[in-house]
Ligand binder design. Structure first.
Ligand code: ATP
Ligand code: MG
Length: 205
């Protein structure tokens, strides 16, 4: 695809990082909304390896989190799932995720998608300056979390209001653990995967 002046149009690729333990409709709406508003060609979901900020909690086996992410995104032709964070040893840092995706897709402009809670922590992330060179950041609204991008580079960070879904993976895990339904909070196939492998049955956190 070329622009009117003949320069090739760069692909726009969203990057949705998360623990996805499990993936839920809040994640999917965020990705879908950013894709539509920013004209993205693709959104890559990237399940974390070992999440740096969650070392105090037990995180479900990476393969289950990966499989649930594949199941949840399979029906959307724009959504893909990357294993880069699962295959890198050690803790997951977003800067490594973006370096790997940039190396895989050098022709693409990357748009890293975060919720309001995650963007608030970004200045504490490893190599914060390089993050903004590797990707634009789109911070989406999330119920229960104030959205502020103060102190972040205005030319690389934008905010987007999305339909409010008050869903968290923590809540889904606790619901399953106490016998409450997860239907309609996560895609049907994810409900079925959780039941099939009896995930989240033990005491959570
Ligand atoms: P947990 O409760 O285990 O922390 P979570 O629901 O916060 O899970 P994560 O995998 O931690 O999900 O989040 C991945 C990304 O998705 C983060 O940027 C987070 O802010 C964003 N996100 C998660 N849930 C929502 C939601 N309901 N609305 C908007 N953004 C969300
Ligand atoms: Mg979270």
């Amino acid at each position: 695809v070329a622009t009117p002046d003949g320069t090739p149009q760069r692909r726009r690729v969203g990057v949705m990082g998360g623990t996805f333990d499990p993936i839920h409709h809040g994640h999917l709406v965020a990705a879908s909304e950013v894709a539509a508003r920013y004209g993205l060609d693709e959104v890559v979901f990237v399940p974390t390896g070992r999440p740096r900020l969650k070392t105090h909690v037990v995180v479900t086996a990476p393969e289950h989190r990966y499989l649930m992410t594949v199941i949840a995104t399979a029906s959307n032709p724009q959504f893909t799932v990357s294993r880069v964070d699962l295959e890198r040893a050690g803790d997951t840092y977003t800067v490594d995720t973006l370096r790997d995706l940039h190396a895989e897709r050098p022709d693409a402009d990357l748009y890293f998608i975060t919720g309001a809670d995650a963007i608030a922590q970004i200045l504490s992330w490893k190599d914060a300056d390089e993050l903004f060179a590797l990707a634009r950041f789109v911070a989406v609204t999330r119920p229960g979390h104030a959205l502020s991008v103060a102190g972040l580079p205005a030319d690389r960070v934008s905010v987007l209001e999305i339909p409010a879904l008050s869903i968290s993976s923590t809540d889904v895990r606790q619901r399953v653990s106490s016998g409450l339904p997860a239907w309609y909070l996560v895609p049907d196939g994810v409900v079925q995967h959780i039941a099939k492998y009896r995930l989240y049955r033990g005491s959570d956190e």
